[in-house]
Write a protein that binds this ligand. Structure first.
Ligand code: TRP
Length: 358
């Protein structure tokens, strides 16, 4: 590889994202969304307000959307795999209940079932250097966080596989969080090098851009950290109204009875105000003003009521879907069929470009 890639700046990505965001409603047909998750468990309200709601909105705007359930990727950072199938079903239920409705333009599929997608990994691996993979900041953080002593090749190469997830359907728009930007950068490098090396003059792949969520991050109920099931500080989409009330009752706050919105100095109280605000559309400061000096008990009651009301239809839909495993399976089977159809076309083009046709 002549020129080593750089993992680029957040500002550059944010600017491209804003421009795309403005253009999508005008030209939805120019965009093809590909995004996804590792099936590691059920989703919480942080996922909902941070990404699911946005995906549902994009699909409603008429943008063709592929959602990859990255089951192979689960193997990169954990040893347990027994729950993958169950987590795949639960993830699918969370998606649909959140308004991502499968249909002719919206496809949900696990990537392990799409062989032609996975096969793209092989040529792609020849387009990046070990040094580039070693420098990926997100992978470095994951390795540090995992405490693993022996790092598998799967860990270093999963971002290349993620490029296959994105490029198999020629996705050009990838709604993700900031931590995924290095993987997007790598995906663009792979697309560019493939086009230059094998397809000069007739590019096969687009150079996909990240669509960064405008939603502020929801903290866990312990205030300090991001909401996360493993930290036990999350409100799950599948929780009942009573469970939600009990969780919020225990949520950390402070002893100042006057409720104000001040994310810097009062992160816990402000986070609860933010949750209520995301449900009603009212500004957090306005909600705080209404509560005034009634203290955190009143704040918690208001958040409980507002959130439970907001989640009621999503939870009802979840329960309905839980009772219909045949439908959930059929959604995944149709998703796999659609994904395979495009993956076969792309692989055919890739083979032709690489002079591997018979
Ligand atoms: N790496 C992503 C995560 O951990 C999941 C993922 C896999 C993904 N393939 C993708 C995200 C393709 C966007 C596009 O959340």
């Amino acid at each position: 590889m002549s020129e080593q890639m750089e993992y680029g700046s957040f500002e550059a990505a944010a600017e491209k994202s804003r421009a795309m965001e403005a253009d999508i409603p005008v030209h939805p047909e120019r965009y093809r969304v590909l995004t996804g998750d590792r099936p590691t468990g059920r989703l919480h309200i942080g996922h909902y307000f941070g990404s699911l709601q946005n995906r549902a909105r994009l699909a409603r705007l008429g943008v063709t959307t592929y959602i990859v359930i990255a089951d192979y990727q689960v193997l990169t950072d954990r040893e347990t795999f027994e729950a993958i199938a169950e987590n795949t079903r639960e993830l699918t239920i969370d998606y649909i209940a959140s308004g991502i409705i499968p249909g002719p333009n919206t496809h949900i599929f696990p990537h392990s079932h799409v062989p032609e997608l996975n096969q793209l990994l092989l040529p792609f691996l020849t387009l990046v250097t070990n040094a580039e993979l070693n420098r990926n900041p997100t992978v470095k953080e994951e390795i540090a966080a995992s405490g693993m002593k022996n790092i598998t090749a799967g860990m270093y190469t999963y971002p290349v596989h993620q490029a296959a997830d994105i490029l198999f359907c020629k996705g050009n728009t990838v709604p993700v969080g900031k931590d995924q930007l290095p993987h997007l950068e790598l995906t663009r490098v792979i697309a560019r090098r493939f086009n230059e090396r094998f397809a000069a003059g007739k590019p096969v792949f687009p150079e996909p851009q990240a669509l960064l969520s405008a939603a502020p991050t929801i903290l866990g109920l312990d205030g300090g950290q991001k909401m996360s099931k493993s930290r036990n500080n999350a409100i799950m989409l599948c929780s009942t109204g009573d469970e939600t009330a009990a969780l919020l009752k225990k949520a950390k706050t402070d002893s100042d009875r006057l409720i104000t919105y001040d994310p810097e100095k009062r992160p816990e109280v402000s986070n609860l105000l933010l949750i209520a605000s995301l449900c009603t559309g009212e500004a957090p400061a306005a909600i705080a003003a209404r509560i005034g000096d009634q203290g955190s008990g009143a704040l918690k009651r208001l958040v409980t009521e507002t959130l439970n009301e907001y989640l009621r239809p999503i939870r009802a839909e979840r329960i309905r879907l839980e009772a219909d495993p045949v439908y959930i399976k059929s959604v995944l089977i149709s998703g796999i069929e659609s994904a395979r159809a495009v993956a076969i076309d792309t692989l055919t083009e890739v083979r032709a470009a690489m002079h591997m046709e018979l």
